[in-house]
Structure formats: structure tokens, C-alpha cells
Design a protein. Structure first.
Length: 151
């Protein structure tokens, strides 16, 4: 990855379902370090839950402190419609931020039916979705460098 050594990557992490989100964070951080990004250029910020990710990502993107943002969260389906509202808001909101931010904003929110599915996807020795989210940010950084927006 061309920009790995100079990129400042913001890892925005929801505290809700922290057993899962902390594993995703660990996977993302490990992948970034493996790609050559120094630890002091990996900046971690926390929000209460997945609902809060879009507004925080928007602020982070507008700050000029980050070259890319990975929004990490986990929404587990329950017995009420709450899942639909939170997952939908996180998805729609982060999508809007991604389209307008001018920097890569990666949707790193797991939406699962149960905790077991979430843990399997977050497992750094297994699916390692956190690592995949970080890799997506680096790939997008390279793409953005190759294809800048004119005007």
C-alpha cells in the first residue's frame, strides 16, 4: 500500500457490544501495523454506540486530522425493532458521510442475529473482519490517490 507509512487512520469505535467491537479494533490495528502504519498514526476515538458513529465520523472527517476513517460497531438483533432502527441509521448515516467526506470512510459495523455470529466475525484468529475493514481503508486511500476529484 503506497500511503501506509504516511496515512493517519481514525478508528472510530462504538462501546456498545464492546466484547465484539474491541476485537474488531484489535484486528484493525494489527492489520494497519502489519501494513507499515506506525502506531502513532493510528488514532482511536470512542462513541457510545453504533447510532453515534455517523455524527462522529462526520466530525472526524471534517477535522482534517485523518486520511481515512474506519467506523467500527456491532448491532445484534433482538426481539424488538430497535435493531432495524440502529443498524439502518448507522448504515445510511455512514453512507452519507462516505459520499461527502472527501476521504475514505469504511463501514465496519457488524449486523448479526446473535452474539455468537458477531464473535465469530470479530475473531482475529478466524474471520477477522476488523482486519478486513482496515485493509479496505488502505485500498481506498490508494484508489483516492490514483483518482483524485478535480475541482
Amino acid at each position: 500500500m503506497k500511503r501506509a507509512r504516511s496515512a493517519r487512520i481514525g478508528l472510530l469505535v462504538a462501546r456498545f457490544n464492546s466484547l465484539v467491537t474491541e476485537q474488531l479494533l484489535d484486528g484493525a490495528r494489527a492489520r494497519l501495523l502489519a501494513e507499515g502504519i506506525p502506531a502513532n498514526r493510528i488514532l482511536v476515538e470512542y462513541v457510545p454506540g453504533a447510532w453515534d458513529l455517523p455524527q462522529a465520523a462526520r466530525r472526524m472527517a471534517g477535522s482534517g486530522r485523518y486520511d481515512a476513517i474506519v467506523a467500527i460497531g456491532c448491532v445484534i438483533r433482538g426481539e424488538t425493532a430497535h435493531f432495524d432502527y440502529v443498524a439502518g441509521h448507522a448504515s445510511d448515516g455512514l453512507g452519507q458521510v462516505a459520499l461527502s467526506a472527501g476521504i475514505p470512510v469504511v463501514f465496519g459495523v457488524l449486523t448479526t442475529d446473535n452474539g455468537q455470529q458477531a464473535m465469530a466475525r470479530a475473531d482475529t484468529g478466524g474471520a477477522d473482519k476488523g482486519g478486513e475493514f482496515a485493509e479496505a481503508a488502505l485500498m481506498l486511500l490508494d484508489l483516492f490517490d490514483t483518482h483524485p476529484v478535480n475541482g
